[in-house]
Design a protein around this ligand. Structure first.
Ligand code: NAI
Ligand code: MG
Length: 493
């Protein structure tokens, strides 16, 4: 695998070049992949009826590394019927405490296997091992633990009501947090007595199928979770299946709108978690160094592949130059390269298509007159990579200020007063998340009440916890995942 090459600084005063030239530190030897991965239906791995497959690519090399089954409508139908039988014949009728025990067992097994799963996640999706090992996998286990605890306490979550399962949930997830999105969707659905047919994203199917092995080993009853792999047409077959009770989708706003249109007028319930263009607002009274680290964490550490990424930086005019200077120095020190290297900050872009989308939007920023500052790091010769960078001189009408970039490139805008900060932050069709950096707690509360975003972080960014609900406003979707709120999406009361 191509690895990080020496990065030299453009800023002569700091000259990080040699100081940051660590020896490579791969996490461990890569986990062997299976040659091919089948569908997981009724507790078994089964081949797709058509026999068709597609390739999963390692984005750090651009090379094919495993074949994945392509599910068509007939396979989706089998999965849904299997899930229906599992729902009616057992899972929904089982004492809730017993359901909880399965979820606890799965959570513990995820912890035991978390090293292997983290490596697979980085191999297949390109994210740095530091992220998958220290953030994704602990959160995956935590979500199963959290919802295991709710399984027999649903009547406390909905006092005076009799919560009942919906039936079969069809779930479609994206490629930015493959296992975490699977956990966010599967754990609450199961806790509430539903059964599941889930479709991972086509570029990151592998870890979900390793999770399926954990379901087998945990003795989860057959058919409670079924996994169908494939691209958008597989997802559409799931959305359009007549015997689905609920669709939960996380992904692009465009596909979310299509899904909303196709379930309109059916019995299907729907939750959507779509894109974002989060504002990270920094006041002049903030702890500036801490804020700069928060900005870096908010956009670069996951290649910007985060729907709640702080991709619009709003800085108070008086501290603009200081923050831009600090950011310029800090992005020079980010290590871009081998996702399996423990020292890597920015991994590979998830796919060739995503890299093309990022490049197109970055080019539009340059063409529209914003100034691009990029890290001078060298990139590996093969695979999909993007230099961390940011735009200054951005105006609210630029595409880079309005459209989701989903890559490691930030847009810097300025404001003078809190009122202007609120107006600029809310000037977007999205409303998923926002960040506020200030020394004054009262300012955080004042702004938080006026920002139209589902999640607002104060003096921090991109923090997640299974007890805390997550979800958006406006074109960022509706419904909440996580915490007690996340149960409401999977019960009728
Ligand atoms: P996408 O929305 O096409 O893919 C997400 C999931 O939906 C995948 O599993 C995909 O197979 C499935 N899907 C695609 N078309 C479908 C259809 N017609 N019916 C049912 N399921 C369908 O997102 P894509 O193309 O991978 O990324 C495009 C852009 O979307 C990104 O650049 C980013 O801006 C945004 N995005 C946002 C995410 C978020 O977390 N909110 C996650 C992924 C992408
Ligand atoms: Mg892949």
């Amino acid at each position: 695998m191509a690895t990080q090459k020496k990065s030299s600084s453009k800023t002569p005063a700091l000259n990080f070049g040699s100081a940051w030239d660590y020896a490579p530190a791969p996490e461990t030897t890569p986990v062997p992949l299976k040659k091919s991965y089948d569908l997981f239906i009724g507790g078994k791995f089964v081949q797709p009826k058509s026999g068709k497959t597609f390739w999963s690519i390692n984005p750090a090399t651009g090379k094919r590394h495993a074949r994945i089954a392509r599910a068509e409508a007939a396979d989706v139908d089998l999965a849904v019927r299997t899930a229906r039988t599992a729902h009616e014949n057992g899972w929904s009728k089982m004492p809730a405490a017993e359901r909880g025990k399965y979820l606890f067992r799965i959570a513990r097994m995820i912890q035991e296997k978390s090293r292997e799963l983290a490596i697979l996640e980085s191999m297949d999706g390109g994210k740095p091992i530091r992220e998958s090992r220290d953030i994704d996998l602990p959160l995956v286990a935590a979500h199963f633990f959290h919802y295991a605890g709710w399984a027999d306490k649903l009547e406390y979550a909905f006092p005076g009501r009799k919560p009942r399962s919906l039936g079969v949930a069809g779930q479609i997830i994206p490629w930015n947090f493959p296992l975490l999105m699977a956990a966010w969707k599967i754990a609450p659905a199961l806790a509430c007595g539903n059964t599941v047919v889930i479709k991972p994203a086509e570029t990151t199917s592998i870890t979900a199928l390793h999770l399926a092995e954990i379901f087998q080993q945990a003795g989860l009853p057959d058919g409670v979770v079924n996994i169908v792999t494939g691209a958008g047409d597989t997802g559409a077959a799931l959305v359009n299946h007549p015997d689905i009770d609920k669709i939960a989708f996380t992904g692009s706003t465009g596909v979310g709108k299509k899904i909303a249109a196709s379930v309109a007028g059916t019995k299907k319930m729907l939750t959507l978690e779509l894109g974002g263009k989060a504002a990270n607002i920094v006041f002049e009274d903030a702890a500036i160094d801490q804020a700069v680290e928060g900005i870096i964490n908010g956009i670069y550490f996951n290649q910007g592949h985060v729907c709640c990424a702080g991709s619009r930086l709003l800085v108070q005019e008086s501290v603009h130059d200081e923050i831009v200077a600090k950011l310029r120095d800090r992005i020079e020190t980010l290590r871009v390269g081998d996702p399996l290297d423990k020292n890597t900050d920015v991994g590979a872009i998830n796919s060739r298509e995503q890299l093309a989308r990022i490049r197109e939007l970055v080019d539009s920023g340059v063409a529209e007159g914003a100034d691009l500052v990029e890290s001078s790091c060298s990139l590996p010769d093969e695979g999909y990579w993007c230099r961390p960078g940011f735009f200054t001189g951005v105006t609210p009408s630029h595409r880079v200020a309005r459209e989701e970039i989903f890559g490691p490139v930030l847009s810097v805008l300025t404001f003078r007063t809190p009122e202007e900060a609120i107006e600029r932050a809310n000037n977007t069709c999205y409303g998923l998340s926002a960040g506020i950096w200030t020394d004054k707690g009262s300012k955080i509360f004042q702004l938080a009440n006026q920002l139209k975003a589902g999640v607002i972080w104060g003096n921090t960014f991109n923090q997640f916890d299974p007890t805390s609900p997550f979800g958006g406003y406006k074109e960022s979707g509706f419904g909440r995942e996580g915490g007690r709120h996340g149960l409401a999406a999977y019960v009728k009361v």
